[in-house]
Design a protein around this ligand. Structure first.
Ligand SMILES: Cc1cc2nc3c(=O)[nH]c(=O)nc-3n(C[C@H](O)[C@H](O)[C@H](O)COP(=O)(O)OP(=O)(O)OC[C@H]3O[C@@H](n4cnc5c(N)ncnc54)[C@H](O)[C@@H]3O)c2cc1C
Length: 483
């Protein structure tokens, strides 16, 4: 059952409680800050029905088709198909969208891998997660992720401050549990549902058990408020901010004001071991599509830098070539990690194929930590004109146009309008409010850097290095016994 763009638009006109700029948003599909990204998501839905894209976007099982992006990964081919899906979508849209469902769905597969942990307390929970994985796949549901609470003062336990600083259970009823708290969540205001789960904390402490819960929540649930940051789309003409106006993935503070979660949506509850498990394995699959998006950001940085250098003939200089080569090394470093992670994929406890965890997590650190430096390198290669060039209205003004045509015309290949467009695109990629936001997104959206490094520490196999040094340094066997 593949959804269409129109069915998606209709499905999110559901009286959800969305706020932005101090106003209630009546319809996210038409509001200027949301419309472009809703249109992008709708386009992705429609692509699966269109002949040029159908094969990359969907697979058949019996008489029905399902999205490749949500298919459970059992083989390398499944992962290569997911990579093709992302490539097809981003090329068709002409830009990078990240949180459109495929990048968060894998968090549910991680929990499914913890079936044994869930069964320790209540076998109904592993049935619930299996059911939800199938529901998302079968109904082509736009599924996002809610992990991060406002958290408040971290030196205090939640019980010793406003207890709502971490989302928690307030009541148990026959119909389900009632929860209270808040989460930060990209794309929530125009998605169908979220997998809500605990944030990073010391889940070994039983006193936190009211907070150790995971569940699926529809984004129009009663008591849910989407309080969104201001949008980047619609603030200035698209000709001047072509990325912000098309691909702003609006983030939300999602407030749960006594929201009822029916039992069939509860994935675990008062279970600190399940909370630890999901925190330890959350990005086992979803780090792959997340890091893959950074590859395309790297391509955009390379493209704008090289076009700028070619225009001015600077790409003939060795020192400039070295900088372009640095961008290429960054890009290929990401590519190598992703390719190798699939080529050396590992079987998960539940029989899925996980990307090689050590290569995936080290790739995520490579991609995320070097991104600011690479953005800065591209900024340097573009030159100062990205931040001093007048806007499109000035370029079109009859009194001024001739001057700008004169000074922005470079050679027979680059007329003033193309140079203006490239500089506007580069500015929105590298310098604008939207550009800064995207760098912050890559820093935090899949947990902060210390959690990325912890994932490397927990998944890298240190033993071969110890064995190698033990032999090379002539150490006794005893040294390997210390844990
Ligand atoms: C653009 C954007 C989109 C986001 N989208 C989502 C989303 O869709 N879903 C979601 O759940 N969350 C989302 N987030 C939230 C994101 O996961 C959090 O910002 C992130 O987990 C960091 O939490 P925090 O902001 O509360 O920072 P804090 O926890 O306050 O941490 C700030 C800094 O303190 C230091 N620090 C804190 N704790 C430790 C520690 N234990 N060890 C070492 N250093 C530490 C680190 O330097 C850390 O970066 C998004 C964030 C951004 C910026």
């Amino acid at each position: 059952m593949l959804m269409t763009g129109q069915a998606y638009r209709d499905s999110i006109r559901d009286d959800r409680n969305v706020w932005m700029n101090g106003e209630r948003v009546k319809d996210v599909t038409t509001h200027p800050a949301f419309k472009p990204i809703v249109d992008a998501r709708a386009r992705i839905y429609d692509m699966a029905h269109e002949a040029p894209f159908r094969e990359a976007m969907a697979y058949r099982e019996g008489a029905e088709s399902f999205p490749v992006s949500y298919k459970l990964p059992f083989t390398q081919d499944d992962w290569n198909a997911k990579r093709r899906w992302v490539d097809t979508v981003l090329r068709e849209l002409g830009g990078v969208v990240i949180r459109v469902g495929d990048e968060t769905v894998g968090e549910m597969w991680s929990l499914w891998d913890g079936k044994d942990v869930l069964n320790e307390v209540d076998p109904a929970w592993s049935k619930n997660i299996e059911g939800h994985i199938q529901r998302v796949l079968k109904n082509d549901i736009f599924h996002v992720s809610a992990n991060t609470d406002p958290k408040g003062d971290r030196s205090k336990r939640p019980q010793d401050q406003d207890p709502d600083m971490l989302l928690h259970v307030v009541k148990e009823t026959d119909a389900g549990i009632v929860v209270r708290g808040a989460k930060y969540e990209t794309a929530a205001a125009y998605a169908h549902q979220a997998f809500v789960k605990p944030t990073i904390a010391n889940w070994g402490d039983e006193k936190l058990s009211d907070y150790a819960l995971g569940f699926i929540c529809p984004m129009n649930a009663s008591g849910l408020k989407h309080i969104c940051r201001t949008g980047f789309a619609g603030r200035a003409p698209i000709a001047d901010y072509p990325i912000a106006n098309r691909f702003d993935e609006v983030d939300t503070l999602l407030v749960f004001d006594d929201v009822l979660v029916p039992w069939e949506n509860v994935l675990f509850y008062r279970h600190t071991r399940a909370a630890s498990f999901i925190r330890g394995t959350l990005h086992r699959y979803s780090a792959f599509p997340f890091v893959l998006r950074i590859l395309y950001i790297a391509d955009m940085l390379i493209g704008v830098a090289l076009f700028n250098c070619r225009q001015t003939g600077l790409d003939k200089q060795q020192a400039v070539r070295e900088k372009l080569a640095e961008l290429a090394c960054y890009r290929e470093g990401i590519n190598a990690h992703l390719t190798a992670a699939i080529a050396t994929g590992q079987k998960s406890p539940n029989g899925l194929l996980m990307p090689n965890q050590s290569l995936l997590y080290t790739g995520r650190v490579h991609a995320c930590t070097k991104l600011p430096a690479m953005v800065h390198l591209a900024r340097e290669l573009c030159g100062g004109q990205i931040c001093v060039t007048p806007d499109s209205a000035t370029f079109a003004d009859p009194e001024i146009k001739a001057w700008l045509d004169k000074y922005y015309h470079v050679n027979e290949f680059w007329a003033a309008e193309d140079r203006r467009r490239l500089l506007a695109f580069a500015r929105d990629l590298i310098n604008s409010d939207n550009a800064g936001h995207k760098v912050t997104f890559e820093l935090f959206a899949q947990s902060p850097p210390f959690a990325h490094l912890n994932a490397v520490y927990m998944n890298f196999d240190f033993q071969p290095a110890l064995n190698f040094v033990k032999k090379a340094a002539g150490l006794s066997d005893r040294v390997l016994e210390q844990k």
